[in-house]
Ligand binder design. Structure first.
Ligand SMILES: Nc1ncnc2c1ncn2[C@@H]1O[C@H](COP(=O)(O)OP(=O)(O)OP(=O)(O)O)[C@@H](O)[C@H]1O
Length: 257
């Protein structure tokens, strides 16, 4: 069981009129799927970059199991919208990259990469060059590469944003399965309220100027999907429609926060 804590994070970019994040506190534990949603510019990516160790806040701190996060680390894997794969490596080599950094030998790397490729449904693609893959396939490889290091936390910034609707739905189900199987804590940013409701155990709604958390809401749609209910029946249910309306009201500030 691991825990990632943001405590009273406040930070301002040079020249900005208000803090990009103001007194943001948030905890994510193993097995939780936390989805951050909010209007453009409210500081979602900045928050994720602070958790990843790419950005240092002016005040407050992020800790992992009580230890301060001072930079990037293998226990916090990042998945970007543009998959950021290495074009000079094959599919399997991309997946195994983190294992190479850990000093794993070639045979061990290939075995682990093959298992991960199978998990994301691309076992026939290990020897392909990256440029032969579709956008959805590349995003699966990005996910497999992030999982290779067996991270405690997955930090995902709009990972499915560039995919067509059908591929996106398939990827959402894959993310749910992976979250359930690995028990990694997940922090995911999306602009889609439906996606947030489908995936999240908790949705965190942010507002801009200054960037802050206005509400944290627990949902169990993802647990129902994992328990075998069909995605279609959940997405067309009255509860889902009501939840969608209330999250949208919060995002667009149509109710008192
Ligand atoms: N490196 C930077 N230097 C200066 N300002 C920045 C920097 N990165 C982001 N900003 C500004 O900080 C604010 C928040 O940006 P951020 O990317 O965190 O928001 P976001 O909620 O992820 O936005 P979006 O939904 O559009 O991706 C924006 O006004 C942005 O222009």
């Amino acid at each position: 069981m691991a825990q990632l804590d943001f405590a009273h994070i406040t930070t301002t970019y040079d020249g900005a009129a208000s803090p990009v994040l103001s007194d943001v506190s948030l905890s994510i534990a193993s097995g939780e799927f936390v989805v951050v949603i909010g209007r453009s510019g409210c500081g979602k990516t900045t928050l994720l970059n602070i958790a990843a160790g790419f950005t240092v806040p002016d005040a407050g701190r992020v800790t992992l199991d009580g230890r301060p996060v001072t930079g990037p680390g293998a226990e916090r894997a990042v998945v970007f919208q543009d998959d950021a794969l290495f074009p000079w490596l094959t599919t399997a080599e991309n997946v195994a990259f983190a294992l190479r950094l850990r000093g794993e030998d070639k045979a061990g790397r290939r075995e682990a990469a093959d298992a991960l490729l199978q998990r994301v449904g691309l076992d026939a693609f290990g020897d392909r060059p990256i440029w032969q893959l579709s956008g959805g396939q590349r995003q699966r490889i990005g996910l497999a590469r992030a999982l290779a290091a067996q991270p405690d936390f997955l930090l995902m910034d709009e990972p499915l944003g560039a995919l067509d609707a059908m591929t996106r739905e398939q990827m959402q189900e894959l993310l749910l399965d992976i979250s359930h199987e690995t028990r990694a804590g997940i922090l995911l940013i999306t602009h889609s309220v439906e996606e947030a409701l489908f995936l999240a155990t908790r949705i965190v709604v942010m507002a801009p100027s200054p960037g802050r958390i206005v509400r944290s809401l627990e949902f169990d749609f993802s647990r129902r999907i994992l328990a075998g209910e069909s995605a279609r029946s959940i997405k067309t249910s009255p509860e889902f429609a009501a939840a969608r309306a209330s999250v949208l009201d919060l995002v667009f500030d149509r109710v008192p926060a």
